[in-house]
Design a protein around this ligand. Structure first.
Ligand code: ARG
Length: 341
C-alpha cells in the first residue's frame, strides 16, 4: 500500500468538525458513542474504512458520518436508496461456475446476520452475548436433513476437535487488530462457537465479527447447490430468529462494508497465468466488479496461482444478482486465463 493512502480511511475523511460537534455526547441504547465507532480506524491508520456500528441505532444516530462512508464505499448508495433481498435460486443463470471443472477449486457463500434489538460485536455485553449464543444454538437445533449438525463452543473445546477444525480451515480465530480495537474481541472466547452439518458443507460461526456468519460451501464450482443450501438454512433459522434489517440498509452488520446482502460469494480459482501480473489481475477484477484476495482469508497472499474471487458490491444489489455477477465475471477470468501465455 502506498503511503499517501495510509491515513485515508473513509472514516477519517468524513470525521468532520460538524460530525465531532453534532455527535458529541450522543450515545446509543448500548452505550455506544462516536469515539467507540471510530476507535478502530483511529488506532489502525492503515484502515480502509475504519468505523464499526455497535447496534442498529448506530446507523441512525451517527448517520452524519455513516451515510457518506456508506455512499462512498457502496458505489454512490444514497440515504434515500432502498435495498431489496432476493434469495430465489431459480433466478441464477448457471448451475456451475466452471462446467468443465478444471479451474474452480471450491465455492463458498457466507452471509452475516445480527439479531434485532441486540448489541453488535463492538458493543455487546457479556450476558447478552451468552443469550445470543443460546438463542442461535436453539435455532440451529431445528435444522434437519443435510443441514443438521452440531454446535461446538470454542470455550473449553476438546483439543482433538479443535485441531481437526483448524486443519480443515473451519475454525475462526480471535479477531484481527481492527476488530480488537473495535472491541469485538472482549471476553474471548466465551460465547463464540461453530456449528457444522455432518458433511461440513453448511456452517454457522457464532459471535465472530457478526453474531452469525452463515456459510455454505463445497468443492468445485456448483454454485446453485451452494446457494440453495444457504437459502434453505437461512429460511429455517429465520423462523426462530429475528434478524436486524431495514429497507434502506438491508441486513445490518457491525462493519458498514457488509451491509445489504451481507453476502460474500466466492470461489477459489486457479489463475496461474493471469496471476503472473497481479496488478493486471486486480485491474481486470475491478472492471468486473469483483474483489480478489489470497486464499487464506482477508489480507492474505495467493498460493500456487490460486485466488479467492468474490462479489464486491453487497448493498443495493440482490443476492441472486450479486451471484450472477460472480458467475459471469469468473467465466470471463477463466476465458482470459485460457488465452494467456
Ligand atoms: N476495519 C477494517 C478496515 O477499515 C476492515 C474493513 C473490512 N473488513 C471486514 N472484515 N469487515 O480496513
Amino acid at each position: 500500500m502506498n503511503t499517501e493512502k495510509k491515513h485515508q480511511s473513509l472514516m477519517k475523511k468524513h470525521h468532520t468538525e460538524s460530525v465531532k460537534k453534532n455527535l458529541a455526547g450522543v450515545s446509543t441504547p448500548h452505550g455506544f458513542t462516536l469515539d467507540d465507532a471510530i476507535r478502530s480506524g483511529v488506532e489502525n491508520e492503515d484502515s480502509g474504512v475504519g468505523i464499526y456500528a455497535g447496534d442498529e441505532e448506530s446507523y441512525v444516530l451517527f448517520s452524519e458520518i455513516f451515510d457518506p462512508v456508506i455512499e462512498e464505499y457502496h458505489g454512490g448508495y444514497k440515504p434515500t436508496d432502498m435495498h431489496t433481498a432476493d434469495l430465489d435460486s431459480e433466478k441464477l443463470i448457471a448451475d456451475s461456475i466452471d462446467p468443465d471443472g478444471t479451474f474452480v477449486v471450491s465455492t463458498r457463500i457466507r452471509v452475516g446476520r445480527n439479531l434485532k434489538g441486540t448489541g453488535f460485536s463492538p458493543a455487546i455485553k457479556q450476558d447478552e452475548r451468552r443469550e445470543v449464543e443460546q438463542n442461535v444454538v436453539n435455532a440451529l437445533s431445528t435444522l434437519s436433513g443435510e443441514l443438521s449438525g452440531e454446535y461446538y463452543p470454542i470455550l473449553g473445546m476438546n483439543e482433538e476437535i479443535r485441531e481437526r477444525l483448524v486443519t480443515d480451515h473451519f475454525l475462526f480465530k480471535q479477531g484481527d487488530r481492527f476488530l480488537a480495537s473495535a472491541g469485538a474481541n472482549r471476553d474471548w472466547p466465551e460465547g463464540r462457537g461453530i456449528f457444522h452439518s455432518g458433511d461440513k458443507r453448511f456452517l454457522v460461526w457464532v459471535n465472530e465479527e457478526d453474531q452469525l456468519r452463515i456459510i455454505s460451501m463445497q468443492e468445485g464450482g456448483g454454485i446453485r447447490e451452494v446457494f440453495e443450501r444457504l437459502s434453505g438454512g437461512i429460511r429455517t433459522l429465520q423462523e426462530k430468529l429475528a434478524f436486524a434489517y431495514t429497507d434502506h440498509l438491508g441486513y445490518l452488520s457491525s462493519c458498514p462494508t457488509n451491509l445489504g446482502t451481507a453476502m460474500r460469494a466466492s470461489v477459489h480459482v486457479k489463475l496461474p497465468k493471469l496471476g503472473k501480473n497481479e496488478e493486471h489481475l486486480k485491474r481486470i477484477c475491478k472492471e468486473l466488479k469483483l474483489s480478489v484476495r489470497g486464499i487464506n482469508g482477508e489480507h492474505s497472499d495467493s498460493e500456487g496461482g490460486v485466488y479467492d474471487i468474490s462479489n464486491k458490491q453487497r448493498l443495493g444489489i440482490s443476492e441472486v444478482n450479486a451471484v450472477n455477477l460472480l458467475i459471469r465475471g469468473v467465466g470471463t477470468l477463466i476465458m482470459l486465463e485460457k488465452c494467456a501465455d
